[in-house]
Design a binder for this molecule. Structure first.
Ligand code: ATP
Length: 258
């Protein structure tokens, strides 16, 4: 793991998060924190509670009990908009992109810039020029290999679509980006590009919580790993202090964290 990232402060802390669905206790008191600019891998076997935890933090399924703390303040996240207002953007597996829209329109999805002409604005006309200008800046910031902001999403590769979703999150001023298996459906080269993008946004001070089943990717991009098992945090370890085999052992329950 490259250790050059600057990680001075806590960006997000979750304290004793509990969440049940009927009789199923998906989270039984999970606590951990993420430093600014830190990439934390959220690992665990199927059903361990990863998606539920991410949904709590991103406001999709507010927790039953426990606290979410941003920059030292306890915050009330009851909806995805609340999470966004706190600087948390989530890139879900479906990416929530519209294939027939170009990159620019997807970057501004639900946050379109309206025309500055009051009459055109009244009729909902968009200010494409400004949206394109800002899209170009957003893509440049991420050294994006996307050919053009006017390219339709359906013509992009899986890795490029992932990059658009990440750019959208970053473009909206996210301090914390949550990613759900961003490389799961990608080939080797595209996955490497997404991993480089994760390292880049981390180096820009953005924190990343990364759900992944890919131990190699976790070892490559994460500073730390939090392993969930049966709704509890079974380990919270620095990547430099653990081997891939031990990490897998903790995920499967064959090993205990030191
Ligand atoms: N909406 C829901 N209704 C009922 N039970 C749920 C719901 N969402 C999750 N669960 C249950 O909560 C537990 C944790 O599920 P969760 O999806 O968070 O695990 P996960 O670690 O993300 O698994 P995977 O890696 O398979 O996606 C499981 O027992 C699951 O069946």
């Amino acid at each position: 793991m490259t250790a050059e990232y600057h990680v001075p402060d806590t960006a997000l802390e979750v304290r004793e998060i509990h969440k049940s669905f009927g009789g199923v206790q998906a989270l039984k008191g999970v606590s951990f924190s993420i430093l600014k600019g830190e990439v934390v891998g959220l690992l665990g076997d199927n059903g361990a509670g990863k998606s539920t935890l991410v949904r709590c933090i991103s406001g999709v399924h507010p927790q039953d009990d426990g606290e979410i703390v941003i920059n030292g303040q306890v915050v009330d996240i009851k909806s995805p908009q609340d999470a966004r207002d706190q600087g948390i953007e989530t890139v879900f597996q479906d990416l929530a992109v519209i294939p027939n829209f170009d990159v620019s329109k997807n970057l501004f999805l639900n946050r379109e810039i309206l025309s500055s002409n009051p009459i055109l604005k009244f009729f909902g006309w968009l200010n494409h020029k400004e949206m394109n200008r800002q899209s170009e800046i957003a893509l440049k910031r991420l050294n994006s290999r996307i050919p053009s902001f006017s390219e339709e999403i359906k013509n992009l590769s899986g890795g490029q679509r992932q990059a658009v979703s990440i750019a959208r999150a970053v473009n909206w001023g996210a301090d914390i980006v949550i990613m759900d298996e961003p490389t799961a459906a990608l080939g080797v080269e595209q996955a490497a590009q997404v991993n480089n993008l994760i390292k880049l946004i981390s180096s820009q001070g953005i924190s990343v919580l990364l759900i992944s089943h890919n131990i190699q990717h976790v070892m490559e991009v994460c500073h730390r790993a939090v392993v969930l098992r049966h709704g509890r945090a079974a380990a919270n370890v620095l990547i430099e202090d653990i081997t891939p085999d031990d990490l897998v052992g903790i995920i499967t329950g064959a090993k205990r964290a030191a």
